[in-house]
Every structure is written in C-alpha cells, then in structure tokens.
Write a protein that binds this ligand. Structure first.
Ligand SMILES: *Cc1c(COP(=O)(O)O)cnc(C)c1O
Length: 407
C-alpha cells in the first residue's frame, strides 16, 4: 500500500464511522486494527504506544496472554446462563473479589455506571432499612467535578454542563460539595445522608489528588455520622496508582468499593459493588439485577484479573514506573513546559503551558509521533499507559512528549 492509499484507507474508515455513528465522541484520527501489550497497530500498519490504556480498562495491556487464555477456555465451556440459574464460576468470582477487597459480598454488574447506579440503590436501601432514614428522604453527598458515568441519574449529580444539558429532568437526592473541602462536606452531611460517594482520585477531572488527610477525615466523618463511604475506584483501582486501591495511599478503607474498567481485563465489561454483608445484605430476590451481570465469561476473566492482582506484581510495577514517570514529568514542570503535574503511580494529569497549544493539539502531535494519549479540560493531557509497559517504551513515549514541547 502506498502512503496515499494508506491515508485514504484511514480517511475512508473515519468517514464511514462518522456517517453511521452518533457523534458523541471526537476520537483522534487513527484507526486501530490490532494491538499487543502497550502497542497498537493501525490499518496502515503504523505502530502507536498506548499511553491511555482505555482509561485504565487495559491495565494489563492488550491481548494479555493469561487473560486471553482464560477467556478462550471459558468460551468453550459456557458463556451465559443469566442469574436464573447458578453457574460454576460465580461463587469463586464473588469470594475472590470480596477477599481481594477485604470485604464480604459482591454484587456484579457490567459497566462502571451500572455499578455506580447499584451503589446508589444500595446506599438508599441501606439508609431506609438499616439507618432508619424516613421514606424518600435519603441524600447522597458527592463532589464537584466528579465523573461517575453517563446514565440519567448519574449525570443528575454531575457539574459538567456538557454531560448534563438537555438531559433533564434530573434525579433528586444528591448534594454536591467542592472536592477536597472538608468543611463543606461536614455541613452537607445531615441525619438523612446515607452515603458520601467519591473518587479517591478524580480521573476525568484531570487526575486530581485530594489534599493529604481529606480521605481519612471523610472516613472519620462518615463513621461518626453513620453514613456509608462509597469509593468509586472504577478508574483509580486495581493497580493503577501502585496499590490495589487508591484509598490505600491514605490508609482508608471505605464501606463500599465500586469497581469496573480493569476488572474485565480489557476483554469484557465487568463491574461490581463490593461491601459488607450488612450493606449488600439489604437486597432480596427481584429487587435488583442484570441479565449479563456475573456471567460465566465475565467471571472467568475477572478471576484471572484478581489472581494477577494477588501477586502484587502489577501494583509494584505501577509504583516503580510511576515514580520514574512523575520524576520525568517533574523535570518538564521545572523547565516551565508544563504548568502542573498531578497523579499517583502510572497515572498523571499534565497541564500543558498555554504557549504550546491545547491538550488536544498536543495529543495530535503526539499521535503523529506514534504516541496515543487523551486530553481533558482544554489544557490537560492524561497519561495512563498499561501497567505492563516496558521502561524503555515509557521512556520513548516521554521523549516524544519532550520533543513535542521542544524540551
Ligand atoms: C469510567 C468511569 C465510570 C463509568 O464507567 P463506564 O464503564 O464507562 O460506565 C464511573 N466512574 C469512574 C471513576 C470512571 O472512571
């Protein structure tokens, strides 16, 4: 294929996608055909280093052998039963995931936002049945600039106008306070508050790490006031920050973990709410469910993910490579090419100095040099490669960033 044919191939794919899909995304103009580890290859045969990892859905890399083998073995046995019947991977999955989280019970769903919805329903039901909140009065406190997904209830408590506009009427029952502001959190919690729902690090907001001591103080407050602390670790959890959970960096154990993304190993969507028997014990048959939630294929893949996390190997890698990543990004900050670097482990939000252009422009220039990242909020570029990335590849990716910034 000549360069001209190749470009036409890419343009034709994109034109066809644009003609027949809703325009609810604005992807970079690259059409991926295959992928392996931290690398993707497009329809023209060009190779790209994946420094986004599907927003942490690909923590273990593309085509991870252990995960693909687990999926293939399960494909030949049974893929779907519905929860009308038991299947032989379900108990292992629930027990192992609860154990990884230091919890007792699991409620499996598919996508992240379904798990958030499930956590909202769980907290409300717990509030009415266990805490004794009067009917219809339950309140959940959330943080400004949150991202918890895209359903109508979940965007009801978003502060992002793009995510909310024209999608009302909105679900009531949520109180929004500034992220990291403990005083605001204290005054928002009342006797009808059933839960505080937070991302321990806000990913979509630009990888915002709350002030030290904030999460432990929220933990203390929620214990004092008989309120559930629900940690949305869909993006921050399962190794990304160098620990299994981002909450661990602050020594915090929440009442409820909301998990997704990496739990499906980049193979299938798997999400879950994980908590105590007191909290998840509120559900009776018929009160909640999902046709695909906890299906045999999902359980088989997630079981392998859990086994991999059990080794601690991926967390260690994220911690070590993360230290290197943040050291290198720190140098770019010292030299003024970027104005801020946030994050933990193999996860960084980098604010590009305005003179260098927008986050989108930097992302496009990086694409031209074979590195794929995603911009957010105008000035921020998010860096979150698969945890299996080689150090040389990470260094090569960082060299491309320096080159784009003329550093
Ligand atoms: C991605 C994400 C979600 C939503 O997950 P989906 O699988 O896209 O529904 C919720 N919360 C956080 C923190 C996320 O990063």
């Amino acid at each position: 294929m000549t360069a001209m044919d190749a470009r036409e191939t890419t343009e034709a794919f994109i034109a066809s996608a644009d003609a027949h899909s809703a325009h609810n995304y604005h992807p970079l103009p690259v059409v991926v055909a295959t992928a392996d580890g931290a690398w993707m290859t497009d329809v023209e045969g060009r190779r790209f280093l994946d420094m986004l990892a599907g927003y942490s859905a690909l923590n273990f890399g593309h085509g991870n052998r252990r995960l693909i083998e687990a999926a293939k073995a399960q494909l030949d046995r049974v893929t779907l039963t519905s929860r009308a019947f038991h299947h032989d991977r379900f108990a292992d999955f629930c027990r192992e995931l609860a154990s990884l989280c230091g919890m007792e019970m699991v409620l499996p769903m598919n996508t992240g936002v379904e798990a958030v919805e499930t956590a909202v329903k769980t907290a409300r039901k717990w509030g009415y049945r266990v805490k004794g909140v009067p009917a219809e009065m339950a309140k959940i406190v959330v943080a400004g600039n949150n991202f918890h997904g895209r359903t109508t209830t979940v965007i009801s408590f978003s502060t992002d106008p793009e995510a909310r506009a024209d999608f009302g009427p909105y679900t009531p029952g949520f109180e929004i306070v500034p992220y990291g502001d403990l005083t605001a959190m204290r005054s928002a919690v009342t006797e009808n508050t059933v839960a505080v729902l937070l991302e321990p690090i806000q990913g979509e907001a630009g990888v915002l790490v709350p002030p030290a001591g904030y999460l432990p103080a929220v933990r203390e407050l929620t214990l004092e006031r008989d309120v559930l602390f629900v940690a949305d670790e869909i993006q921050s959890g399962l190794g990304r920050t160098g620990r299994t959970f981002a909450c661990e960096h602050e020594g915090v154990v929440p009442d409820v973990y909301v998990l997704g993304k990496a739990l499906g190993g980049g193979v299938v969507p798997v999400s879950a709410v994980v908590s105590s028997a007191e909290v998840l014990g509120v559900f009776r048959p018929g009160e909640h469910g999902s046709t695909f939630g906890g299906n045999p294929l999902a359980c088989a893949v997630a079981l392998e993910v859990i086994a991999m996390l059990r080794s601690g190997e991926y967390q260690r890698r994220a911690a070590e490579l993360g230290e290197h990543l943040h050291h290198e990004l720190g140098l770019l900050k010292d030299s003024g090419h970027v104005t801020a670097v946030r994050g933990r482990g193999l996860w960084a939000g980098v604010d590009i100095a305005p003179a260098h252009g927008t986050g989108r422009e930097i992302s496009e220039k990086l694409m031209d040099r074979g590195v794929l990242v995603k911009d957010t909020h105008g000035v921020t570029v998010r860096i979150a490669p698969p945890l299996v990335i080689g150090k040389e590849d990470l260094d090569w990716g960082l060299a491309q960033l320096r080159a784009v910034l003329g550093a």
